[in-house]
Design a protein around this ligand. Structure first.
Ligand code: PMP
Length: 452
């Protein structure tokens, strides 16, 4: 059995080892604390389980090198932003070329015309718009959906994440008489009560879905087809099809946020497995690390959007930011969609994911751990609980933050980088079999140690 005492003992030793192995990262962290709030330019960088964040020097493919010269096999890949590998050559070439030709003109470019056609071909939706981040795309989609349906409410699933978007930060929390919607307790500076306009239910709860949508007052359902931000929660058989049918029957717009599930297969989860949404959000990896995102929609939605646009007074729409769809972002996406995010890339990624799943399952079996592995496409997650969760509440309960942090630190000290907020591992087109085997081997060693 893995005990609290063995976790504490190993975590303490690994923290000391981390400090000894990364002197330059620690010195820079100290130096940065004078001018950066809490020592980092962006506070999420404090979420790593190490005593200080590793300071990156550079990264290529699936290997990240730190300022101390340590090389790490990168399974975090910028939490999906670099899931097709760090600086793939077509992307590096395209942005280097664009760098000398102007970056932001507030004008369309010729590459942009081609990119629209390429997005439609890859993702199967005919109409597209660009934003600067996936958060912003989610916000834009919510606004459009409310605008064109005239309905105020949206529906989300408990435990979801769709970016820094006020409208989606509602959770279901235990209450003496059952479960009740609550604003996410961790929000900073939240002054607006969004409970009247955001409904939340558990993923895979068909009865609640039917009841909520049949009221006829929901503008859109915003969902990941597989939940990936609360561990990984798979859709129960038939659930997504029921969601599709109920949305169509009730005039509700179905939006899939495929920012993470682009890892499921070519064209995202909805193309690999169905069903088709009315709108789709894709961020992060679509620009390979350049800040950009897109949302796509059907011809029917486009017509309704055009009608709304024509009927409103001129002035601010509340959608978009100055840098959206700039020439650099378009050049980056053009290279990614045209040359990097290919069928061949997915073949490699999916094969490696299967290898990783097999490897981790063998570790679980060897040590008789009450753990399991969840996998969709090129995204693999090990969970320190004995059975897969069916919704956000179960998935939250299955988390073991202290043990997971200690494992991550153990792995990082031995050259394996996992995303800080998950036990998620991404396989890129640049990832090698040897890296996967090393991860499995070191995870096995970690478990052996925690069990002692
Ligand atoms: N959608 C999903 C599913 C995400 O996981 C995230 C970020 N983790 C976002 C949207 C927001 O992406 P960004 O932070 O790049 O705006």
């Amino acid at each position: 059995m893995i005990t609290d005492a063995s976790i504490d003992r190993t975590a303490e030793r690994e923290a000391a080892a981390f400090c000894a192995a990364n002197p330059k990262s620690l010195t820079l962290a100290q130096q940065a604390s004078t001018n950066w709030f809490q020592g980092v330019p962006f506070h999420w960088m404090l979420d790593w389980p190490s005593p200080a964040p590793l300071v990156a020097a550079h990264a290529q493919g699936a290997v990240l090198t730190t300022v101390d010269g340590r090389k790490l096999d990168d399974f975090c890949l910028g939490d999906t932003a670099s899931m097709f590998g760090h600086s793939p050559k077509p992307l590096a070439d395209a942005i280097a070329k664009q760098a000398g030709e102007g970056l932001s003109y507030m004008l369309p470019t010729e590459k942009g015309v081609e990119l629209g056609e390429m997005l439609a071909r890859m993702f199967g939706l005919p109409r597209w718009q660009v934003t600067t981040t996936a958060s912003e795309a989610s916000r834009a989609v919510i606004r459009w959906c409310r605008g064109i349906t005239g309905r105020k409410k949206i529906l989300i699933f408990n435990g979801c994440y769709h970016g820094a978007v006020d409208d989606v930060f509602v959770d279901l929390r235990a209450h003496p008489s059952g479960w009740e919607p609550k604003m996410r307790a961790s929000l900073i500076g939240q002054v607006h009560d969004i409970l009247p306009t955001t409904s939340v239910i558990e993923f895979n709860d068909l009865e609640a879905l039917e009841r909520t949508l049949k009221r006829g007052d929901i503008a859109c359902v915003l969902a990941e087809p597989v939940m990936t931000n609360v561990g990984m929660v798979r859709d129960a058989p038939g659930y997504l099809e029921a969601l599709r049918r109920l949305c169509s029957e009730t005039g509700t717009i179905l939006v899939f946020d495929e920012t993470h599930t682009i890892s499921s297969g070519y064209g995202g989860h909805s193309n690999a497995f169905g069903p088709k949404p009315d709108m789709m959000v894709i961020g992060k990896s679509i620009g390979g690390g350049i800040s950009t995102a897109v949302y796509g929609f059907s011809d029917e939605i486009a017509e309704r959007m055009a009608k709304l646009n024509a009927s409103r007074p001129s002035g601010h729409s509340g959608i978009g930011t100055t840098l959206s769809a700039n020439a650099l972002a378009i050049a980056a996406m053009h290279a990614m969609v045209g040359k990097v995010i290919t069928h061949d890339a997915y073949r490699h990624m999916l094969e490696l994911a299967r290898r990783l799943v097999k490897g981790i399952e063998s570790v679980i079996e060897t040590h008789r751990l009450p753990w399991h592995v969840v996998n969709v496409g090129a995204r693999v997650e090990f969970v320190c609980a004995d059975r897969p969760s069916t919704n956000g509440s179960e998935a939250r309960a299955a988390m073991h933050p202290k043990l997971e942090a200690a494992i991550h630190l153990y792995l990082a000290n031995r050259g394996i980088l996992l995303a800080p907020f998950h036990n998620m591992m991404l396989l890129s087109p640049a990832t090698q079999e040897g890296q996967v085997d090393r991860l499995v081997h070191i995870l096995d060693a970690a478990v052996t140690e925690f069990l002692e």
